[in-house]
Design a protein around this ligand. Sequence first.
Ligand code: NAD
Length: 439
Amino acid sequence: MANKNTESNVGLQQSTHSLPSYLQADNLGPWGTFLNQVDRVTPYLGNLSRWVETLKRPKKALIVDVPIHLDNGTVAHFEGYRVQHNTSRGPGKGGVRFHQDVTLSEVMALSAWMSVKNAAVNLPFGGAKGGIRVDPKLLSRGELERITRRYTSEIGSIIGPTKDIPAPDVNTDAQIMAWMMDTYSMNEGSTSTGVVTGKPIALGGSLGRREATGRGVFTVGTKAANKIGLTIQGSKLAVQGFGNVGSIAAQLFVEAGAILVSVQDHTGTIYSGSGLDVAFLQQYVQSQGGVAGFPGAEVINPNLFWQVDCDILIPAALEGQITKDNAQLIKASMVIEGANGPTTPEADDILVDRNVLVIPDVIANAGGVTVSYFEWVQDFSSFFWSEKEINARLVSIMNDAFESIWNTAQKHQVTLRTATFIIGCSRILQAREERGLYP
Ligand code: NAD
C-alpha cells in the first residue's frame, strides 16, 4: 500500500519529460548514461521504486566563479562545480576533478555514481562530486594553489566534515587536498582535518589511501576472475590511464603474475607482447608526464588499443571510452572499470552479448572511497591505524560487497552493474523512505 507521502501520490512520479532541460538525456553523455542505468534497475526495486525520482535529480548543485591572478599579472576566471546528488544515508562524499572538459552534467553523473557506490559498499555516505573546468597542466604551482584555495572558499558553505567531504580525482592529489583542508580550516577558524580525505599522512591522511582504488580494482578483479575460471598468472593485461588508479592496479596484477601488454594515456599508446616493466613505467610517467617515448615499447595507433590481444582490460581514465564502435573489438574476457562511467549503455549490451564480464565502476573502484571512509573515521577519533589493518579491512569490505553483488546478479539473472545498482539504490531509497519528507 502506498504511503500518502510518497512521490507517486504527489504527482512527481513522472518520466524524464518532466525534468528541467539540463537534466534530460537527449544525448547520452555521462548523466544520460546514469539515467539509463536507473531505468534499468527500477523494475527490481519493488515498492521502493515509488521513490526513484529522487535518484534522477541532484539534491544540490552549485556553480561557482573561480577568479585568480595568473603569474603574468592578468586575472583569469574558471568555472567550478560541487554537486551533492544524495545525502539520505550520510554526508556527501566524492572527489574533485580538475580537467578542461569538466561540465555540470558530468559532475552530476559522477556525484550520482558516488551515491550508488557508497551505498553498494554500505559506507555511511551520500554521493557528491566537484570539479573545475581547467587544464591544470597549463598552470604554475602558484596558480594551482590559488585556484584550489579560491574554489574551496567558494564551495565552503556546502562542504564540511559532517556535510560533504571532497577527495582526489583526476588531476588532483594529496597536495591539493592539503590546500583545501587549510583553506577551509582558515575560514572556519579551527583546524578541520576531516573536511577532505586523501590528504598527506602528516595532516591526518590515511596510510594506504593512495593505493586504495587500485587495490580495490585488483581485489574484485581477482575475485571475479576466480568466478569465471580465469587465472591471473600469465594473463595479459591492458590498461587505459596510468595515473593513481591505473598504475597501482597494473602493479598489483603484475605482482600476481599478469603480463602488462599495453598502456594508453593522454600522451600515447604503448605495447609490448613480452610485457612492460611496470615499476620502470611508473618512474618514467612520474618524470616525463606520460607513457609516450617509453624505452623498449612499441608505439601503436590509439584506436588499436581496444583490440589489443588481452584477457583483462582496465579502463582507468575518463568516461565514455568503451562505445558501440569499439566494444565489438575488445578481446578481453573481463573488463574492470577503474574509471567512473567508462562504458556507454550500448557498449554494455554488446559486451554482455559477447560474454565479456564487466565489473562496474560502482564496485570496481570503490576501494578509494572505502579507505577515504577509514581516513574520515581516523580523523574524527584522532587515532590512526596501521597500513596492514587498513588493507585487511579494505579487502574484507570489497570481498563481502562483491560476493553479495555476485549473488544478487545470479538471483535476478542480471549484469553485475544492475546487481550493484539494485543493492545501492535500494539502500538509498530505503533511507529516503524511512526519513520521510521534510517539512
Ligand atoms: P589521474 O589524474 O591520476 O590519472 C588519469 C589518467 O588518465 C592519466 O594517466 C591520464 O594520462 C589518463 N588520461 C586522461 N585523458 C585521457 C585520454 N583522453 N585518453 C587516455 N588516457 C587519458 O586520475 P585517477 O585518480 O587515476 O582517476 C582515473 C579514473 O578513476 C577517473 O575516472 C576517476 O574518476 C576514477 N576514480 C579515481 C579514484 C581515486 O581514488 N583517484 C577513485 C575512484 C575512481
